[in-house]
Design a protein around this ligand. Structure first.
Ligand SMILES: Cc1ncc(C[n+]2csc(CCOP(=O)(O)OP(=O)(O)O)c2C)c(N)n1
Ligand SMILES: [Mg+2]
Length: 572
């Protein structure tokens, strides 16, 4: 028997028509119509996105995040009413801040209680889960949020939500539907995805492009500062072309993608929380900020007071940040790749001063080489394991087929410095600050690129935040083996650093314990072994690291199972 075509069947078809490959799902009493529609589609052999069972919602949403960051393709997340929405937890923040497109659907408690409609209340929990403003839980983070109030509108609402998710500034979207609506009959008319395309990326006006090109061409020491331009590898190629042509230096600030090849002599490093003036930023007389939320932290590092600053961004107003300001001479909403192509085109008709360009190139490469020598010094093996040495040892196993998911926290900088990646697309971070993202993200990245070797690098605290039991159960169930390297410094180093930065000589600076240590330590790798058969390995000695890494790579690449390498760094 063929069942009725319900709003839930329409939801599945809409997702399928819009090209969604996975639904990261956690089911509940709000979902009978959806579960029935999935079973009906399966029985009839109708195509629908693959369901990935997620024992924890935050892990599921982080998997959708990892998939989208690795491919640009938005996936779906299905959760249970208001409490499943709350269990998405910090993954909501990460996707919103990281501009990661995805579609989240939650059921809602039934609207009737006496059996008036199919789906009416029949379980005690439906009174308890009836809240005034379910959508309000995530409203501050969604690009679009709404409710399916009538079954007939399901497909249009889903397509509209996707339009927001996929248009810059991209991000998560949220739709809810009550049980009776999800059971109600819906029209079976198909969506025409071509009619629901996202907004085309924006360009500079011709005047602005000419002004910027002239400013960069005539500067003494021009510098580009970026954080997330590398989300589009093509933008990186256009950026390299511009910088090479003009001798522009490149500084990454809080990078969450590979934005520039680290071996290019124009590369000037990456700046994070370190409380010191950045030399390149001090030297530059024209600073072009492109795709960055935090181009510098003015209390510690700022551009030269006389520098001309320009800002090109998908969202130069930073619509979701109450306080945001840089002293820019011009700000332009444009897509980085398109703006760079425009600037590169402008250069063809500009007279260029080759001697000036050569002087800039020589100066930036001089600074580049000094940095390179400093880094080489730091990664030499010593008596104890260091993040620099660990990362350099890992780097020797990195190939173009490696994909790195980075939640290194206080070790973000040594990890990025010593991986020294040269190809865009090889690494990303969450783009947000809610910890516990890497495990789910690694699963999503591996689903997206089954042929790649996925490596998650993480702090020990972030590992504990990541719900490793769920992560490793999912990784085995869905055959997404990846390597986790834990930069284990015995607990939470960052809040300690935050305290000392404000109270360098206070009680805390002398206190033997700041309640941030994880002593006695858990068997981190053992958790993954128990939950998903991961290969567990602890390394404490410098001499043991190479062998341990070989074993872990063998487990992932030859045996097809996860490996967790717990690297015990010296305690602070
Ligand atoms: C969900 C969440 N809770 C708390 C914090 C605050 N926080 C920031 S860094 C940090 C320590 C993380 O520990 P670990 O991953 O081991 O990194 P470490 O600082 O030790 O390098 C904490 C607790 C946060 N960012 N997100
Ligand atoms: Mg730690």
């Amino acid at each position: 028997m063929i069942g009725e075509y319900t709003a839930s069947a329409a939801l599945l078809d809409a997702l399928q028509d819009l090209g969604v490959e996975y639904i990261f799902a956690n089911f509940g009493s709000d979902h009978p119509a959806i579960v029935e529609a999935i079973a009906a589609a399966r029985a009839a052999g109708r195509p629908f996105p693959q369901i990935v069972t997620c024992p924890n919602e935050m892990v599921g949403m982080s998997a959708a995040h990892g998939f989208a960051a690795a491919t640009g393709r938005a996936q779906a997340v299905l959760v249970h009413v208001e409490c499943g929405t709350q269990a998405l937890a910090g993954a909501v923040h990460n996707a919103a801040k990281g501009r990661i497109p995805m579609f989240i659907f939650a059921g809602a408690s039934p609207l009737t209680q006496e059996g008036e409609l199919k789906g009416s209340r029949n379980e005690f929990i439906q009174w308890i889960q009836d809240v005034h403003d379910q959508r309000g839980i995530v409203r501050g983070y969604m690009r679009y949020e709404g409710e399916v109030r009538v079954a007939a509108a399901m497909k249009q609402l889903v397509a509209r939500a996707f339009q927001f998710a996929r248009s810059d500034p991209k991000g998560p979207v949220y739709l809810i539907g009550a049980r009776e609506i999800m059971e109600a009959p819906a029209p079976a008319a198909r969506l025409i995805p071509e009619q629901w395309k996202p907004i085309s990326p924006g360009a500079l006006s011709p005047d602005n492009a000419a002004e910027l090109a002239a400013a960069l061409a005539t500067a003494k020491a021009p510098l580009v500062v970026t954080s997330f331009l590398g989300r589009n590898p093509q933008a990186v190629h256009a950026l390299v072309q511009l910088c090479d042509k003009l001798g522009i230096g490149l500084l990454e600030s809080v990078p969450n993608y590979v934005n520039f090849p680290h071996n290019n002599p124009l590369y000037q490093g990456n700046q994070w929380n370190e409380p010191k003036q950045n030399a390149a930023l001090a030297e530059a007389d024209v600073v072009l900020v492109m795709d960055s939320d935090i181009p510098w932290i003015p209390t510690s590092s700022a551009p030269n007071a006389n520098a001309a600053i320009y800002h090109i961004d998908v969202d130069p107003l930073k619509l979701q940040m109450p306080l945001w300001y840089i002293a820019a001479r011009g700000r332009f909403a444009a897509d980085a790749r398109i703006a760079l192509a425009q600037l590169n085109a402008e250069l063809q008709s500009l007279p260029l001063d080759n001697a000036l360009i050569e002087r800039r190139q020589a100066r930036w490469s001089e600074l580049h080489n000094l940095r390179k020598a400093r880094l080489a010094e730091k990664e030499r093996p010593g008596a104890t394991l260091t993040s620099e040495y660990v990362t350099a040892t890992l780097r020797r196993r990195v190939t173009p087929e490696t994909l790195i998911v980075n939640e290194g926290i206080s070790n973000y900088q040594p990890i990025i410095d010593h991986l020294a990646l040269t190809e865009p697309g090889m690494m990303f971070t969450s783009g947000g600050g809610s910890l516990g993202w890497h495990g789910g993200a690694a699963i999503g990245a591996k689903l997206a690129h089954p042929g790649k070797t996925v490596i998650a690098v993480t702090g020990d605290g972030s590992y504990m935040f990541s719900v490793p039991s769920s992560v490793h159960w999912m990784a085995r169930r869905y055959n997404t083996p990846f390597l986790t390297v834990i930069y284990n410094n015995g607990g939470w180093k960052s809040p300690r650093l935050s305290t000392l930065a404000v109270h360098p000589d206070g009680f805390a600076s002398r206190a033997p314990d700041l309640d941030m240590s994880f002593h006695p330590q858990a068997d981190y790798a053992g958790i993954a072994a128990a939950a998903g058969g991961a290969y567990p390995r602890i390394v404490e000695d410098v001499a043991d690291l190479d062998k341990a890494l070989d074993e872990c790579f063998h487990a992932v690449q030859a045996e097809g199972r996860c490996a967790v390498l717990d690297v015990r760094l010296p305690l602070p």
